[in-house]
Design a binder for this molecule. Structure first.
Ligand SMILES: C[S@@+](CC[C@H](N)C(=O)[O-])C[C@H]1O[C@@H](n2cnc3c(N)ncnc32)[C@H](O)[C@@H]1O
Ligand code: SF4
Length: 403
């Protein structure tokens, strides 16, 4: 587990958003923009480093446990750009000796040998957006690559010796059967990834799919896919540690785990989100007996405005009950659940304030104590199978009461 990053402060990750893609996928609601013309690579690296410089006082002296280049399509940035960005980050921040540095890659953008070059630039983990190995499904998703590009990218990852990689697959796709979902999984597992993310396709507002929805498998079929694929993943030695995340033992995404453990992260880049624990300002609502506060920050979304030097779009303190709810929104995504000790350490709130919803969740069989029946010394609780299936109901118990 990542170390605390300062006296009483949670571990710190760094998220770097690279907002361009070759083409916008019709299901995608991420802050990603089809690239028109040449990639403003060097200019964007400069803007990112300026953004970081301005944020440095917020994380002074805290080592960074994980770095995540997400998008968008970070693999549009070649290894030379990634290297100059990483050396700029290293010059300004203390990266932990065992820092995990992930790059998201789209199989349609990786040239031969590029993973070797990324590895030499300092990348030690890759997340490959495969989505499916079926040519028809990939076309229905508007992907820029075919199955052969995924196989080429996987071979190139292996040739580069980057064995700590993730494969993203989606299921519940237009025209997909249970057998087709299992075949996607079989091909994904064939590359022996350390990690596999398995997402059910959702129709997100303000996407092309929301405006013109494709015909999707019904709920029963999608549930059957999820169950059959879960069984196949377990049989292949993967454990589900989060709603959509499966890994071999010890190969969980440390960066994402830090989000779900309610750790801190600095976000740089267009539209990047951050969450930081800071000494309380005079005006803000503080937690932990008035000594610190948790702030959520969002950077300006549009790449053009960001490149022009605009930076912070939102910077809000998260207080009291909202803080507790946010903790549970994250923690209840995890099979391992949470401990009251972590709740107190990360939110600065007394566990007593969640006694009622906790008791109700236990009574309704949605949560169970780990260890001695009272959650052990740290007060550990995790979702039961029922709580796992009805995760929204479980989370709703921790919603703040609005007077
Ligand atoms: C931020 S995306 C980045 C990956 C990269 N841009 C790509 O598409 O190859 C992370 C992953 O979220 C999943 N995803 C994106 N939109 C989704 C949606 N509407 N429903 C389910 N999963 C989605 C995809 O598997 C995708 O690879
Ligand atoms: S490549 Fe990834 S980030 Fe880009 S539009 Fe498609 S799903 Fe979204």
């Amino acid at each position: 587990m990542a170390p605390e990053s300062g006296p009483g402060l949670p571990p710190l990750g760094l998220y770097v958003h690279l907002p361009w893609c070759v083409r916008k996928c019709p299901y995608c609601d991420f802050n990603s923009h089809a690239l028109k013309g040449a990639l403003p690579g060097a200019e964007y690296v400069e803007a990112l480093l300026r953004d970081l410089e301005a944020d440095l006082p917020l994380v002074w002296g805290r080592p960074v446990s994980t770095v995540y280049f997400g998008g968008g399509t970070p693999s549009l940035f070649d290894a030379t750009l990634v290297e100059s960005l990483l050396s700029g980050l290293r010059a300004r921040l203390e990266l932990a000796p065992d820092v995990e540095i992930t790059l998201e890659a789209n199989p349609g953008t990786v040239e031969r040998d590029s993973f070797t070059a990324y590895r030499e630039a300092g990348i030690n983990r890759v997340s490959l957006g495969a989505q499916s190995f079926d040519a028809g499904c990939l076309a229905a998703l508007g992907r820029i690559h075919g199955p052969e590009d995924i196989h080429r990218a996987l071979a190139s990852l292996q040739a580069a010796g980057l064995d700590n990689f993730n494969v993203d697959l989606m299921f519940g796709l237009p025209g997909q059967s249970v057998d087709m979902a299992l075949e996607d999984l079989r091909q994904g597992l064939g590359a022996a990834p350390a990690h596999l993310s398995h997402y059910q396709l959702t129709l997100e507002p303000n996407t092309e799919f929301a405006a013109r929805p494709p015909v999707l498998p019904d709920d029963d079929e999608s549930w059957a896919m999820q169950e059959a694929c879960g069984e196949a993943l377990r049989a292949a030695g993967y454990a589900q540690y989060e709603v959509s995340a499966w890994s071999r033992p010890g190969r969980e995404s440390r960066h994402n785990l830090n989000y779900w453990h309610f750790g801190d992260y600095l976000g740089i880049g267009a539209g990047a989100h951050g969450k930081l624990t800071l000494p309380a300002t005079a005006t803000a609502t503080a937690t932990a007996a008035g000594t610190r506060e948790v702030r959520r920050r969002v950077k300006v979304r549009h790449p053009k405005r960001y490149l022009a030097g605009e930076r912070v779009a939102m910077d809000d303190a998260v207080a009291g009950e909202d803080l507790a709810f946010e903790f549970f929104l994250n923690a209840l995504r995890l099979r391992d659940g949470f401990s009251l000790a972590r709740f107190q350490a990360r939110t600065g709130l007394e566990p007593g304030i969640i006694a009622d919803p906790l008791e109700e969740a236990l009574e309704r069989g949605l949560l169970e104590p780990v260890a001695d029946g009272r959650g052990g010394a740290e007060g550990r609780y995790r979702p039961t199978e029922l709580g796992w299936r009805f995760g929204n109901d479980l989370q709703a118990l921790f919603l703040p009461e609005r007077g």
